[in-house]
Design a protein around this ligand. Structure first.
Ligand SMILES: [Fe+2]
Length: 137
């Protein structure tokens, strides 16, 4: 994805959030690469674990900002986060070695979730709010 496309579709306008979203997208595309190659079980496990850890940390980062700035939509936004956490952790718990089908499902679910959550709503709304509150890095 070009920088121009990134800005158009994904940019929230809050530096650390945008930086973390970029890392998330990169990690997901790495996972897709692994899926398309003759991958090792070890590598898959490691990739999924770091992706899920990074995701959980990122969601917490946003939630801390929402709390700090008394974001009025915090409950709704957190609910979306909770749903993702629940699904990801469930997927990981149920993941069995060599179950590629499930792995592909995880990846597609994540992509879909991120697109919806960042592009069509919650995160962009949060970005606007934080900017209006004068949030600087
Ligand atoms: Fe979010």
């Amino acid at each position: 994805m070009s920088d121009k496309d990134w800005d158009k579709y994904y940019k929230v306008g809050i530096k650390p959030i945008d930086a973390q979203h970029r890392v998330l997208i990169r990690m997901i595309s790495e996972l897709l690469t692994i899926l398309n190659e003759n991958f090792e079980k070890e590598l898959i496990s490691r990739t999924i674990t770091s992706l899920s850890e990074y995701t959980v940390n990122h969601l917490e980062f946003e939630e801390n900002l929402m709390e700090k700035y008394n974001y009025p939509e915090i409950d709704l936004h957190k609910k979306e986060h909770e749903e993702l956490k629940l699904r990801i952790l469930n997927y990981i718990k149920n993941y069995r070695e060599n179950d590629n089908k499930l792995l592909i499902e995880i990846t597609h679910y994540l992509i879909k979730w991120l697109k919806n959550h960042i592009m069509n709503g919650a995160d962009k709304q949060l970005g606007e709010f934080l900017k209006s509150k004068g949030f600087v890095e």
